[in-house]
Design a protein. Structure first.
Length: 199
């Protein structure tokens, strides 16, 4: 999913555990970041198989296992919750486009509801129809009702959990809104480019 929804998941997780562990700002931030930060591996796409950042080791369960082991060794609830947040990101990404889940896959792994097997096999041909390759992914993403419902539900769950359990961290919603604005503006921009391209 898009980074705003991963951010929402991080806020939900951190908020739910907050009444138990009474996080400080650094700890709360660490958990939220653990839920989305790996998406910045997009800047390392050129090192990834098929230039797909989701095929990098950062989009596998390996870092979350590392965090799990570290958290168990030093008995840190915060690191264990970061591990959970990281794992959920990779799991969720398997559902839409797939990831390198176990770190051993040659093709994105998962149910991949946003792309069919045929499309994945002929991806270069499909992407060649677009002026900008990213357009295919953004337009497909926002055209799916399931995605819109999931984004809406996560937004609602984020608001509810932070208001109920972690009101003092409510400014984190601004981070979510910045990511959402980034994706929506990018999508509208690409849609315009592609409309001109096809006409
Ligand atoms: Zn991701």
């Amino acid at each position: 999913m898009h980074i705003n929804s991963h951010c929402a998941v991080g806020i939900i997780i951190a908020s739910i555990f907050h009444p138990i562990f009474n996080f400080d700002l650094f700890q709360f931030t660490a958990i939220v970041f653990a839920a989305f930060f790996m998406d910045f591996d997009v800047f390392l796409s050129k090192f990834a198989k098929d230039n797909n950042h989701r095929m990098l080791i950062t989009h596998s369960i390996i870092p979350s296992i590392g965090l799990l082991i570290l958290g168990l060794i030093i008995l840190s609830p915060v690191i264990l919750i970061c591990s959970l947040a990281y794992f959920i990101h990779v799991f969720v990404d398997c559902i839409d486009w797939g990831t390198n889940f176990l770190g051993i896959h040659q093709k994105p792994f998962g149910p991949k509801f946003l792309i069919t097997k045929e499309e994945l096999d002929n991806l270069d041909e499909i992407l060649s129809k677009y002026k900008i390759k990213k357009s295919f992914f953004d337009i497909r993403y926002y055209s799916k009702v399931g995605v819109l419902i999931a984004e809406g539900l996560l937004f609602g769950a984020m608001l509810t959990s932070i208001i109920l359990f972690a009101m003092e961290f409510s400014l984190f919603i601004i981070l979510y809104l910045l990511f959402l604005a980034f994706h929506i503006s990018g999508y509208l921009h690409l849609k315009k480019i592609e409309a001109n391209h096809q006409s």
